[in-house]
Write a protein that binds this ligand. Structure first.
Ligand SMILES: *[C@@H]1O[C@H](CO)[C@@H](O)[C@H](O)[C@H]1NC(C)=O
Ligand SMILES: *[C@@H]1O[C@H](CO)[C@@H](O)[C@H](O)[C@H]1NC(C)=O
Ligand SMILES: *[C@@H]1O[C@H](CO)[C@@H](O)[C@H](O)[C@H]1NC(C)=O
Ligand SMILES: *[C@@H]1O[C@H](CO)[C@@H](O)[C@H](O)[C@H]1NC(C)=O
Ligand SMILES: *[C@@H]1O[C@H](CO)[C@@H](O)[C@H](O)[C@H]1NC(C)=O
Length: 617
């Protein structure tokens, strides 16, 4: 009896020659059938696009093997043959398809261009229950890939040490985000109660988390980069990007903290990320307030010991910048006119026109006047014009750092001339007191680490009471050229991390040269570092000798963000203080005037400003 059943079963298999969708997908990143023909792959059509259709086959008890699959076809006779709900049988060739020419993109498994004869409709009007994320399957919350090895996880240096498609690991969906989403490739899934964690990109695509466990959630509804419980930076793998709706509807405009109606769609890897392509556009349910509260760190113009400071990357700010009145109002009414403002990305007097103009006095005067028009506070400014076209950024814009200061309270220490673009700052001992050769001056401007990059602007200040403060205003090299967090290169390429590290090292060297003369010197280093503190290796030389103010002030780690990119709320803008200042009263806040806007285009800058306070005496 047993023997005859077995015989019958084997006979059935050998005549039907069917391959299951789960076998085509396999349990690793690449299909075991890549490049091979498969017959009679059966499933129910869950979605149809102009480029093919998705099927859902019999599921497996092994969650690593997806039972969803994309059938690529742009042939009308094929596309006209199938409708959502049809049970189809497909015979064709399996391929690992890359959606772009970028080798950093992962591949997606598909059956490529079956003939119409090889697509057979077996029945119609079948239904498929989507996989309910958060209930049926729960994304991991810490790591993206087992290949992100090193003390800083996905932010480790060296990066780009291995490739997902070359290693072709067996999936571990419970632990790694790439593996989790790969194990759902091609499947129909539902995101219950989506929360938007970013602005849409240029294609109207946006990142969400659903009603499932998340880590790093900030009070606004974004996902901050934090250090996980294993002391490794959390990569926020529980977020997923929502692509263009399959039915041709248009995604709503979202922002940080917007909630939406449930999203049902298919999982597809494309353009560097695991996407969910929604069947139709979701609706916005709630939108949080766009009113960011102003700082409660207030300046007291008569206090000769306490100095408040603002720090603001004002985003390619020329004299006729459209954001000028908004930035002025931010400084006056949200930052409450700090004693010193560290600015980055001030452009020259004719903005991005590339004609040799490098002076920025018109730009800075326009900002100063606009602030005075808001609240009557008058600022002076300090700046060193760069060599034309030598410091990177928007061509012709000659972006540079500058300080605004309230001369009623604080002024540059006199007695040293202002340095030029090419003169290096140096400090010497004047009877045990550190003295700058130039005030202001730039750190080692001819060093290769600053090539095509903004040199730090150093100044020494003195309050009316005589207390002194050294400041360094930074704008380190940007992350341009970095690879996707969900791409092949593991850990992801962090570009150019070696250069940024050298830049930090040069700043630390300067700070140490002041401390060597006076270990109790008041030193404040602040600005746009284009790096997260969680990339610990980059900041090591500086954090050895200074304290980062968010750490010092014990700001809730999830509230430390000044920038939103992909799924992450992240802190690119930092302030560091010397021991003399860290031992006294201090405070810092990030004021979300830009990243809380309802629309990405309404932001005055891509960065949020910060306000801090230090006690000099
Ligand atoms: C596919 O299955 C059908 C029966 O459903 C069978 O007649 C056919 O031979 C199979 N095709 C192949 C190529 O095995
Ligand atoms: C990927 O791994 C699967 C499962 O081990 C294997 O069947 C397949 O051949 C591998 N593909 C490549 C290109 O290494
Ligand atoms: C990453 O490594 C690959 C070799 O695996 C190399 O081709 C590529 O250029 C590297 N990318 C960067 C940005 O260094
Ligand atoms: C200032 O605001 C912070 C939150 O940003 C809050 O924790 C603190 O209590 C406030 N301080 C005062 C004095 O209101
Ligand atoms: C800018 O500097 C130039 C040259 O020193 C001067 O003639 C001009 O008046 C200044 N403009 C403003 C607005 O300060």
């Amino acid at each position: 009896m047993l023997k005859s059943t077995l015989f019958w079963f084997c006979a059935l298999i050998s005549t039907i020659h069917a391959t299951l969708v789960t076998d085509v997908q396999g349990i690793a990143f690449q299909s075991p059938f890549a490049g091979k023909s498969v017959s009679n792959v059966t499933g129910v059509v869950t979605a149809k696009t102009s480029g093919g259709f998705y099927i859902s086959g019999t599921s497996s008890s092994d969650v690593r093997a997806s039972n969803g699959l994309f059938i690529f076809s742009e042939t009308t006779t094929v596309l006209n043959k199938v409708a959502v709900g049809d049970m189809v049988s497909v015979t064709g060739t399996v391929s690992e398809f890359r959606s772009s020419s970028d080798p950093d993109d992962l591949t997606a498994t598909e059956i490529t261009s079956p003939t119409a004869a090889n697509v057979v409709v077996l029945s119609t009007s079948n239904t498929v229950s989507p996989v309910k994320l958060g209930t049926d399957r729960i994304p991991p919350t810490q790591a993206l890939s087992a290949l992100d090895v090193g003390p800083d996880g996905w932010l480790s240096v060296p990066n780009n040490q291995s490739r997902v498609d070359t290693v072709n690991a067996t999936l571990v969906p419970a632990d790694y985000g790439l593996d989790f989403w790969a194990s759902l490739e091609g499947q129909l899934v539902t995101v219950p109660s989506p929360l938007s964690v970013a602005f849409p990109n240029d294609f109207g695509e946006f990142w969400v988390v659903g009603d499932w466990p998340v880590t790093g959630l900030n009070s606004r509804g974004g996902l901050s980069i934090t250090i996980g419980p294993d002391n490794i930076p959390d990569a926020n793998p529980e977020a997923v990007i929502i692509g263009a709706p399959i039915d041709g509807t248009t995604n709503p405009v979202v922002s940080l903290g917007v909630t939406l109606s449930d999203i049902t769609g298919v999982v597809q890897y494309q353009f560097g990320f695991y996407y969910i392509l929604p069947l139709t556009a979701p609706k916005v349910l709630t939108t949080p307030t766009t009113t960011a509260p102003p700082t409660n760190i207030t300046a007291d113009i008569t206090d000769i010991c306490i100095v408040t400071f603002g720090d603001y990357n004002v985003d390619n700010f020329g004299p006729t910048a459209t954001q000028l009145p908004t930035v002025a109002s931010h400084i006056a009414t949200h930052l409450l006119s700090p004693d010193i403002v560290f600015l980055q990305e001030i452009q020259d007097n004719d903005g991005a026109t590339d004609d040799g103009v490098v002076s920025s006095n018109v730009t800075l005067s326009a900002l100063v006047s606009a602030i005075a028009a808001v609240n009557g506070v008058t600022y002076d400014f300090v700046v060193i014009d760069p060599v034309n076209d030598a410091d990177g950024g928007e061509p012709g814009g000659n972006i540079r750092q500058a300080y605004l200061y309230r001369s009623q309270k604080i002024n540059l220490v006199s007695g040293s001339p202002a340095g030029t673009a090419t003169e290096a700052i140096a400090v010497s001992s004047s009877s045990g007191v550190p003295k700058l050769n130039f005030n202001p001056g730039r750190i080692d401007p001819s060093n290769a680490a600053w090539e095509d990059s903004r040199k730090p602007l150093v100044a020494e200040w003195q309050t009316n009471g005589g207390a002194t403060l050294f400041t360094v205003n930074l704008h380190l090299e940007s992350k341009d050229g970095s690879s996707s967090t969900e791409g092949n290169s593991r850990p992801p390429v962090n570009s150019p991390v070696a250069k940024r590290t050298s830049q930090v090292d040069l700043v630390a060297e300067f700070v140490q040269s002041v401390l060597d003369i006076d270990s109790k010197a008041n030193i404040l280093v602040a600005g746009d570092c284009n790096e997260y503190l969680e990339t610990r290796s980059v900041f090591a030389s500086l954090t050895d000798i200074m304290s980062e103010m968010d750490e010092l002030a014990d700001v809730d780690p999830v509230e430390r963000y000044t920038y939103v990119f992909d799924q992450n709320s992240e802190q690119l803008d930092h302030a560091f203080v010397s021991t003399a200042l860290s031992n006294r009263q201090n405070a810092i806040q990030h004021i979300h005037v830009n990243n809380w806007m309802a629309n990405i285009d309404e932001r005055a800058s891509d960065h949020d400003p910060s306000v801090g306070k230090v006690r000099l005496c």
